[in-house]
Every structure is written in C-alpha cells, then in structure tokens.
Design a protein around this ligand. Structure first.
Ligand code: TEU
Length: 531
C-alpha cells in the first residue's frame, strides 16, 4: 500500500441538528460547532464530517436538499460555514461535507421546474416513465410517484419528497460538479458521498446499486472536482464487496479515497424485514468479516473503521450488555483504534452515549414511522413492533449530544426537536472531562497512542494477524512492522473468560480495567493492549 498523508486522519461525524443549539430554536447549528471546535481538537480528531446543513424541508433531516449552495436557516448562514472552515483550518482540522446527489428534495428549483411539463429544460434532470415497475423505495412503498399533470411517474429510491436525479443527463452531472467546486473553493477538503453506489442505476432493468456507468461517473466527478485538489472522499455503499471496494478505491482508477462497507452489519439482517428483525449478534461471523478486510487492506483498499453513524443504533447499546456500557464503549474504541484504516467517531460515541426508548409519537425519523406501520401490517402487535423499532431505529443515534447535567443536557435552553436521552445526568461530557477513567479520556489516550511516533506507522501499515478466530468471546489481533509489534486482546462478552497466559506476556500499553492483568482471566469487556 502506497503511503499517503491522509491515511493519518481521524474523522469525527457531526449530526448538526443534534450537536449544540446556540440560536435557541431547538436545533443544533453551525455556531454550535464553532463553539465546540476546541473540544474536538482536544479529543485529537483531524477532520469533521458534517451531515447535511443545506437548505432543506427536512423530510429526511437534511438528506433532502432544496439548495446545495445555501445553508439552511435553522443551522445559520453561509457566513457561519465560512467562519467554521477558517477556524477549523487554523486548528489543522479539515471540513468534510455530506454530498447527497443521488436525489434532491422535491422543493429543489430543478424539480419544481421539471414538474412544469415535459418540455421544461429541467424535466430530464429527473427520471420519468409512462409506466411504473415493481421497484420499491428504501423507505417502503413504491419507488414511483404519479404526477397527474403530465401523467408520468417519477422515480424516488427514498421518500417521494426525494426524487432521484438522472445521472445519465450530462447537464445534471455538470451542475453537480460546479456545486462541488463552489464548496471546494470555499475551503472544504473532503466529501462523504451519500449512497454513491446508486448513481449508475438502471431502474428499467431493476439494477439499482453498481450500475454499468457508476464508476465512469465517479471518475468523471473526481477529475472535474476533488481529484486535482486532493480532497478526502468516502463513499457510502451498502452493497460493496471486496471486488467493488477495489473498484472504488484503487488509486490507479482516480475514484475515491475510501468507502464505507456494511456487510458486518447487514449480514445480521433478515431477508424480508431487514434490520427490524436482525438475528442475534454472532462474534465469530462478525470477526471473520472485519478480519478479512484487514487482511486485504494491503491490496488497494484503505479501510474505514466505524461502529456507529446517524443511521445506526448506538454501538454502546447495540454490541454491549446494559450493565457494562462504560467498559464496553471503551473496548469497542480500543478494538478499532489499532486497526489499519481511517477511524470514524460518531458524535457522542466518545462518551458512550446509548440508545433511547421512545414512544410511538416521539419518533421523528421518517424511516422509523414507516417501519412501525409496515411491521403492524405484517402482523406484529403494536407492542412488539415498537420494541423492534426501539432496538434499531436511527433516532437512537440522533438524540441531542449530552454536554452536561443541566437543562436538556446543555444542548439547548429550549425544548429540543427530539427527546433528550434521560441518562444525561450520568453520561455527559462535563462529568467525563473531570473523571480520568472516563470513556472520553480513554478515547483521548487511544487517539494519542495511534498518532504517536512510536506506533503510528505500525498501526497504519503493520501486518495483520488474528488469533482465536473460533472463539465466540475473544477478539484478538496482532500488528507487526519490522521489529515492532502490538497485541490487542479483548473479551467481547459480558462474562469472565479464561485465556492462556501466553497471550498476556507483553508490556501493557493501555487497558480499560485498573490493575489490568489478571493472568488467566479477562473481565467482561476487558481490553488489554500489549507490546
Ligand atoms: O443512507 C442510505 C440508506 O440506504 C439508509 O436509508 C439505510 O438503508 C438505513 O439508514 C439503514 O439503517 C443515506 C443516509 O445516510 C441516510 O441518512 C439517508 O436517509 C439516505 O441516505 C437518503 O439520503
């Protein structure tokens, strides 16, 4: 693997609506990010991915954009964004924007024009057919919406208020590239690319992901926008495999820096009900996927390392038994921080924020609301349906950031747009800053170690070997480079587990338990790093 400066980045994802509200409207905003940038610097991250902050009717929390060049007033102004970019730059932090170009909002100027009729200049910016086929939307229901006026259907993979752009139209592509260059000129240094796998879709042939022209479009985008500017790019691809990961990221192809892969998550989903009916976690299966990716990273694929996002339940709840949230959150962090690839920390993960129990009328997410209806239609009673949604809903990750134990967790002085997790009295930044054994301070130490001169090269490029692959409790690997090596030994279970002392003979670098070495036994969720 050719060594690149950007391999050193550690990226923090902000979900701006829930980060910090300074304008007192109940939504987080850009000034809130500016206010907390020193906190992020102290944590040690080097780049911030900001979920969409552009003008939007917020049907899908900003993933439905009505103007790509304007900041939505709930988040502030364009000026605020320029200040944020500047402030971040002064601290050596890059800003990565969320690029949502598979679809726009139905309130985008292009779509409003397109609705005017078949000969409108923008009609062909979207996908229209006289007849619909049986393709379904990710948010349930048909992927086609009828337009009475023109007697045609338009295509939407997500909500009907998120019409899909027609990437086959060169004018669409050119307009998108102009918009990207607008932000690059403002100082943006990276893009996270929403559902990038869908750009080459051929709906008539039922091909959605990985369509024939996908990689041609990405390369064209690269050459016309971020490529010459050395931006960092990460595409979201739920369908990616080893083979397609290589297509996206092989440097010779001039496409993307890296992609998010999800097979370690989707392989637990049900064929029919998807994530709502996931099977029980199986560590062996999970390790196998993660370890394979690590072993292949010496080809061309630079990995992404993440536990959570705004689309996933909180990792400290999803993977960890409730009794051990804190130890578990630290273990999860420790597991990824010594792997090869780019770590992504989702806001609140660094303090071990957890899932929330919401009632039916407290859900905000369009996906959760639709899932509740769908599950009831599929024969589940309300209580069971709610339980399934509680476990997996995206709102779990979207509750306000817990800054302190004051009103609304210090997120806002007015009622927030979404319920605050009642556990903010216990789990919050202020408390964890003061407690040297907190999850937050553990994250800081891990990041310091990762960046240290002694370990950085070893962690980024060292050879990867896994151990005890058959164990359903132990997660263990080694990294080796020249004469240096490091061992990561974790008990990924809520039981004490016996382990041969031969694995614990090295010097301890860090551990999440005090007096960490009990020679032949690991405590629940104990992680020990030795060298
Ligand atoms: O997510 C893509 C996507 O397919 C998700 O809807 C995913 O299936 C689901 O969240 C699994 O839990 C991206 C964004 O990350 C998401 O927030 C948007 O809603 C979606 O695209 C549409 O833009």
């Amino acid at each position: 693997m050719k060594r690149e400066e950007w391999h050193k980045e550690i990226i923090y994802q902000i979900y701006p609506k829930s980060f910090l509200d300074t304008s007192q409207n109940g939504y987080g905003d850009l000034q809130g990010i500016i206010k907390k940038i020193d906190y992020l610097k102290e944590l040690g991250i080097t780049c911030i991915w900001i979920s969409p902050v552009f003008k939007s009717p917020m049907k899908d929390n900003g993933y439905d954009i009505s103007d790509y060049r304007q900041i939505d007033p709930i988040f502030g102004t364009n000026e605020d964004m320029y200040v944020l970019i500047q402030k971040a730059k002064e601290l050596g932090i890059k800003i990565m924007l969320d690029l949502v170009v598979n679809h726009t909002s139905d309130q985008h100027h292009w779509f409003k024009e397109a609705l005017k009729g078949k000969d409108n200049k923008y009609r062909d910016y979207y996908i229209w057919r006289d007849k619909k086929n049986t393709l379904k939307s990710v948010f349930l229901g048909d992927a086609w919406e009828y337009d009475k006026k023109s007697k045609q259907y338009y295509f939407h993979l997500f909500a009907k208020e998120q019409p899909d752009l027609n990437w086959e139209n060169k004018a669409v592509r050119d307009d998108i590239y102009k918009m990207m260059n607008f932000w690059i000129e403002k100082g943006v240094e990276g893009f996270r690319m929403d559902v990038i796998e869908f750009l080459g879709k051929q709906p008539d042939n039922y091909i959605i992901a990985d369509g024939e022209k996908l990689h041609e479009y990405i390369r064209e985008m690269n050459l016309n926008t971020f490529g010459p500017k050395n931006c960092i790019t990460v595409g979201e691809s739920w369908s990616a495999t080893d083979k397609t990961a290589d297509l996206y990221t092989n440097p010779k192809r001039d496409e993307l820096s890296m992609i998010f892969r999800f097979d370690h998550i989707t392989s637990f989903w049900d064929n029919q009900l998807g994530k709502w009916n996931s099977s029980d976690f199986d560590l062996k299966k999970f390790k196998n996927i993660i370890f394979e990716r690590q072993k292949h990273s010496d080809l061309h694929v630079w990995n992404t390392l993440f536990w959570g996002s705004h689309d996933l339940p909180r990792s400290a709840s999803h993977y960890i038994s409730d009794k051990y949230t804190e130890y578990g959150a630290k273990m999860l962090a420790g597991i990824t921080m010594f792997m090869s690839g780019t770590p992504f920390i989702y806001q609140g993960e660094e303090i071990g924020m957890t899932n929330i129990l919401l009632d039916e009328d407290e859900y905000q997410d369009i996906e959760a609301k639709m899932a509740l209806k769908m599950l009831i239609k599929n024969g589940y009673d309300k209580k069971s349906a709610l339980k399934m949604v509680n476990k997996m809903s995206r709102d779990n990750a979207r509750t306000p950031m817990q800054w302190n134990n004051k009103q609304n967790a210090g997120f806002s002085v007015v009622t927030p747009w979404i319920k605050v997790n009642p556990n903010y009295n216990k789990i919050n930044v202020q408390e964890q800053k003061l407690n040297k054994n907190s999850v937050l301070n553990f994250y800081k130490s891990l990041i310091e170690l990762r960046k240290s001169e002694e370990l950085n090269e070893l962690i980024l490029y060292g050879e990867f070997s896994s151990y005890l692959n058959e164990s359903n409790e132990i997660f263990m690997y080694e990294r080796k480079l020249n004469d240096k090596s490091i061992f990561v030994i974790a008990n990924f279970s809520d039981k004490e587990v016996r382990i041969s002392p031969k694995y614990l003979s090295g010097d301890i670098v860090i551990s999440n338990y005090p007096n960490s070495l009990v020679k032949e036994q690991l405590e629940p969720y104990q992680i020990i790093i030795t060298k």
